[in-house]
Design a binder for this molecule. Structure first.
Ligand SMILES: O=C(O)CCC(=O)C(=O)O
Ligand SMILES: [Fe+2]
Length: 579
């Protein structure tokens, strides 16, 4: 890089003949080292980077910083060289420092500011609104299930619910996980016919991830697609407009920013290490937390992105592929894109969704998703909490009270009730119903039921969380001022009543301040009889509904019994809270 007045620059260029193929850097160095010549043309080296900044090799010395605009306009961004204290005007990023230049390019010159966000996001945008379906770009949707994934059914539903005509979409699914075979089969049977075509690669095909991804690019080309849209099973796309917005954004490669809820784990990298692995850019957390919104040129993106097929037309699978030097398929792909100087953008201009956390997902359990209350809270609530639960909490909601001080609320979904039964029946070791019980302190139960404790199926912490998060607010609805602390509950168990096993429970007080009693199956369908009678009030609740909770004082006033089950099996879930 150099600048100067034309006569001197010409002298510099004409100092010696030079071949096209020769080393131009050496040519300029020799000219500079020639002291007479240097003095003659007043040649100076910008060794403090006052004007020019080469990025390569000094990445660590360069900081992005902003300055207030004295005229009251938006703040302005510069790069400052920490070791020289200068603010160079020209940045040069070559070779492996290109991604650093791209990072600075997200702000400089005037690309982003606090007030307006990204100022250039709208440039090159296209509009799909008012286009008839057949006028829209042809999309090749490729779904990859490479991990056992909590709540996969919901993710698939969300992908299908994207606002885009299915008659303009081809569907490709690579499922590598046997556990999900049924889920994928259900999905393709339910919706497959709506798509232009369906290609489903099953675990039995034994296709490696990179090969499946390569294949999907080939298939996209074979189908003459305009847009390649890749979605991994862990991408929970909650915004139905995501695909349209990405296409409208009109970049060669662009994806929605997705992160694990409340975590720094996301689907993009803000920076790279020297070896091409993850590094954190100074704006990474601001982007992940949506404190900065925009369209960001980044060195790595995964899990959900679209690729404009013009790129696929340019490079075949020998160049553009997912298989490279033992890298993960995504890393391989992004590394190739960087080498080809193809920019990858991640957008958080809107909220698009989040990433599923698969860290603790244990498919050896019955109902593994039930155990995800901590790691995938949103999905857990969506699947397992009753759709009317929130309305219980409205200020003017008067809770149902079928018997005095017995409160009744919808709390859990039918899926929750079914899952709990399945967890218990899969475990199968129901207690004997005798007084001797080595599961409890003292080894003696005065009023024994046929039951399985939550501890026996490893569900105790999850259950306590459920009590804290969902039950406690209801308790406060019924019993004003109580329970402004974490519910304390050691006895959490599912009960099974059967005519030929234990059909009823004799009158008793519970060892609790309050007891919760959740019906898990349907009277009149799954069993006959049953219910809970409060003897002091001669009042019974017999028309219980799956997923509905009874909350009542445990002792003194609420002496109660479990009524006789005459047919079938009745299941309930009980906790003695604050004993
Ligand atoms: O069967 C019922 O609904 C009552 C169960 C009960 O009281 C208990 O398990 O302590
Ligand atoms: Fe009881």
């Amino acid at each position: 890089m150099y600048m100067g007045y034309i006569p001197e620059v010409l002298k510099l260029l004409e100092r010696e003949p030079i071949e096209d193929t020769a080393d131009d850097q050496l040519y300029f160095t020799m000219a500079y080292l020639d002291e007479d010549f240097r003095n003659e043309i007043e040649m100076k080296l910008d060794h403090k980077s006052e004007i020019f900044q080469n990025i390569y090799g000094v990445e660590m010395d360069l900081d992005l910083y902003s300055e207030e605009d004295k005229a009251g306009g938006p703040e302005r961004y510069y790069v400052k060289n920490r070791s020289t204290g200068t603010k160079p005007a020209v940045l040069h990023g070559n070779g492996p420092s290109k991604h650093v230049l791209n990072y600075f390019g997200n702000y400089i010159p005037n690309m982003w500011n606090i007030d307006e966000g990204c100022t250039k996001c709208k440039s090159r945008q296209i509009r799909l609104k008012n286009k008839a379906p057949y006028e829209l770009p042809l999309v090749f949707l490729a779904i990859f299930i490479e991990l056992n994934t909590p709540f996969l059914e919901e993710q698939l539903e969300k992908i299908h619910a994207l606002d885009y005509p299915k008659e303009m979409m081809h569907l490709f699914i690579h499922n590598n996980m046997k556990y999900h075979s049924g889920h994928v089969k259900n999905f393709t049977e339910k919706y497959g016919a709506e798509y232009l075509s369906v290609k489903h690669i099953t675990p039995e095909d034994g296709t490696a991830e990179w090969r499946a991804r390569d294949l999907s690019l080939d298939q996209c080309m074979a189908k003459n697609c305009d847009i390649y849209f890749s979605v991994d099973s862990i991408a929970a796309i909650t915004n139905k407009q995501t695909l349209r917005l990405l296409i409208e954004q009109n970049r060669t490669v662009v994806g929605p920013m997705l992160a694990r809820n409340g975590k720094a784990w996301s689907n993009f990298w803000g920076a790279l290490t020297k070896d091409g692995f993850y590094a954190r850019s100074s704006d990474y957390l601001d982007i992940v937390n949506n404190d900065k919104r925009g369209l960001w040129n980044v060195p790595y993106i995964a899990n959900c992105y679209m690729v404009n097929a013009t790129l696929l037309k340019k490079y075949d699978r020998t160049v553009l592929n997912f298989n490279k030097a033992n890298l993960d398929p995504d890393m391989a792909f992004c590394s190739t894109l960087r080498e080809l100087d193809v920019y990858m953008y991640v957008s958080n201009r809107g909220d698009f969704g989040h990433l599923i956390n698969y860290d603790t997902y244990d498919i050896t359990r019955a109902e593994p998703d039930m155990y995800q209350i901590f790691d995938n809270e949103l999905e857990w609530e969506e699947r397992y909490i009753h759709k009317d639960y929130r309305s219980n909490l409205l200020p003017d909601h008067v809770p149902r009270q079928p018997c005095p001080d017995v409160f009744w609320f919808p709390i859990a979904s039918e899926k929750f009730a079914k899952a709990l039964i399945n967890m218990m029946e899969s475990y199968g070791r129901w207690s004997s119903g005798k007084n001797e019980d080595d599961r409890i302190e003292g080894g003696y139960e005065a009023v024994p039921t046929r039951d399985i404790h939550m501890t026996q199926v490893g569900f105790d912490p999850h259950w306590i969380q459920f009590l804290k998060q969902f039950v406690r607010p209801l308790v406060l609805k019924g019993f004003q001022g109580y329970s402004n602390h974490t519910p304390h509950s050691i006895m959490n168990f599912a009960v099974r009543y059967r005519p030929d096993e234990q059909p009823f429970l004799k009158p008793h007080h519970d060892t609790s301040t309050y007891t919760i009693n959740i019906a898990l199956n349907q009277v009149g369908v799954d069993y006959e009889g049953g219910g809970c009678r409060f003897i002091r009030y001669n009042c019974s609740v017999v028309d219980t509904k799956p997923g509905w909770i009874l909350i009542h004082p445990g002792k003194l006033t609420h002496y109660h019994e479990g009524l006789y089950v005459t047919k079938g099996t009745r299941y309930i879930m009980v906790s003695f809270v604050d004993p």
